[in-house]
Structures are given as structure tokens and as C-alpha cells.
Design a protein around this ligand. Sequence first.
Ligand SMILES: [Zn+2]
Length: 428
Amino acid sequence: MAKKTKFKIDLNLDSVKVKRTAIDSNGDYHIYVSCTAKSALCHKCGQRITKSHGQCDESIIEHLPILDQRVFIHVRWPRFKCDNCDNNPTTSFKPKWINDTGDMTREYENYCLKFLINSTVKDVSEKLNTTEEVVEGIINRNIKININWTEVKPTIIGIDEIALRKGHSHYLTIVSDLSNDKKIKVLSVINGRLKGEILPFLRSIPKEILLSLDAITVDMGASYFSALKDVIDNIDIFNSIVTIDRFHVAKLLGDKVDKERKKVINQLKKDFKNDEDQLERLKQTMWPFRHHRCDLTDNENKRLEILFELAPSLKECYELREDLYKIFELKEISKEDAKEKIDEWCERAELYETKGFNPFTSFIKTYRNFEENILNYFTYRISSGPVEGLNNKIKVIKRRGFGFRNVVNFAKRIFLDINYKPVFLPTT
Ligand SMILES: [Zn+2]
């Protein structure tokens, strides 16, 4: 009976011939092979050498598992001697399928990398029954975080900061290739967000790529702006490609408007300090106020209306915020028309009645400073969805790898999960 369930498989590895196989007490497979190579390339002069000079000690090479059991290939590589070089150095033969350390096949390394996507080193080492050091070594040897500019031709680049650890003010800058919404790639993970920290990478981008970009999206952080001004020394090109993501514009305005809400609410709380009913009506209004009408439930909408009855100036404030948002939502509006609409909006916003500081005047001041770059959004509408998707993925990697000892390790995991994923897990 047992014989009928057996089958043969081809190892599909060149330069070796199977001599015998064995199964050890763990159920793991050991395949003893002999090497068929009749020559090697001298490690000194690079010439092909054929003079045999014995064999190396036995190498044990881990290969892809079979039926969930580990597989080890046992081989003694032949050695060859060079007659052309001084002292006749010897070189041992190595096939292309063997990895750099000589104890795993490249296929095994790729197999391990595939498991690492969306997973931790600890998880993978446990599942593959190996050590964390082995898995880390595979990452270090295979994941390259330097961009080869002859292979990538971005047309839209995004530059964004992320906090590495909350409360430690340790920031990283993520530079990404946003040319293809569905295939966002990370170009660099930079330690820091200051001008001096990001300039070396920006300078490494070939000038012909940099100057022919359709857009570079950045937030309003002054350091990105001034670094980009340094590398793009043509102000016209700078003004036409450097684009402030509308998400950052919305956030800036949202923050200013929310400050106004806090100010008004604090005053109302003082006014109503002996009136429990009125105080109750102020509750649960923060969330509805911060969001768009269309995202609110009926109950949240009611809460918002109650707030606006108590504080009519906040209603005006809210509507102004939403009106600007709507301009950015308009489809097929030209940069010139958008400018006109935003100018009109600014005139209205400046008239906003408030006790003390008008939250819109300070927003408008920032808008004027970055006007060209904010309006560039209407030339190349980069949807923020894919960028948010990228940021979320990075956040997940960060949380998963709470033990990242350095930025390079973190960068390698980002590159593996985002850039290498389609290679290891192609979608059909
Ligand atoms: Zn030689």
C-alpha cells in the first residue's frame, strides 16, 4: 500500500546529482548530492580554471521544505587551482543557487522573505524552526534600501514625516514614488526631518529626473521647502512642481477652527456654570464639530445643531471651514478658477466676527505664503487615499516591530512590505 503513495520530485538545482536521501528522527529530509562541475572561476584573476584540487569539507545547505519538513542538501564542493596566478590560489566551486553565506539556497531565502511580509522576525523564526539571527541575516543580505535611479522613473514624489516613537520627538522622513496610485513605492526612509538630514537624499536624485517631475507633494514644514529650494535652483520649476497636499491644508484650517471651538466652549462653560441643563447640551459636540456633515449620524447632527443654537458664531466658523473644503472637492476646476474662488473665500473669512483673534486671518496668512504651491493641487490632483494607505502600512510596521533597534532595520522592513511585496506575493 505505502508504495502507491510515493512520488519523485526534481530538485531543479544545477551542477549536482543526487546520490542518496535519508530521513532523520525529526522527519527532516537529508539529500546527499555530488557536484558535477568541472571548472570554476578563479577568485583572483577571474579566469576559468579546470585543474582539480580536491574537495571542501561537507556543506549542509537548507532548501525549501517538503511536506512541512525541513530539507538539507549535503555536498562537498570541488576545488580548483589556478596556474595563471602567483602562488597558485585555489577556488572552490559555488553554483548560483547558493546564498552568500553558503548554508542556504537562494530559494530558501526568498521563501523566508515571503513569510516575513506582514510578520515579525520572531514569528517567522518560530514557524520556520530557525533562529531570529538567521532570519535577520536573510533580511540584511537581501533587502536593499538604496534606490537604483536607472530602474525607477518617478513622475510624482511625496515627502512626508512620521514620528518614530510617540513623545520622543524622533522623526523620520518618508520619500515615496506616487506615480502609480496602485503601485506606490518607497524611495527612501530618512532619519530625521531637518533640512540637513534630507538634503543628501534629495541631492542623490539625478537632476534630469528631479527637474522633469510633474509634482512633489510636501507638507508645509519649512525644512522640506527650503531643502527643495536648494536642489531645484530654478524658482519657476520649483513653483510649478512643489505641491502642498490638500490634506495638510485641511488639517491646518481644521486645527485653527478647533481652537476657536475650544475658546467659545470654555467661555460658555463659565457662563453656564450653575446651569446643569445647558452644560449637558455642550457635551458630545467635539466629534461632530470636527467632522464633515455627511459623515455624521442623525444624533451627531442634532448635537451640532444644539451647539450652534448656543454659539451662532461657531456655526459660521464651521460653515466657512466646510466651504473651503468644498472648493478642494470640486472636480475639473482650473488652477485659475480655484484661485478666484479661494480669494473670495478669504474675503468672507476675514469678516468673520469673533472676540479677539480671528482664526481665519492666521490661516489666510499661511495660505498667502504658500499660495502657488497650494494651488498646484488643482493642476495635479493627487488623491490622498494612496498616501494615507502608505502611511497606515508604515504605522502597522512600526507597531509590529516595537523592537526596532535602528532606523535601517525599520527601513528594511518598510521596503520589504511595500516595495518587495509584489515580487514575493504577486497578485493575479
Ligand atoms: Zn587566477
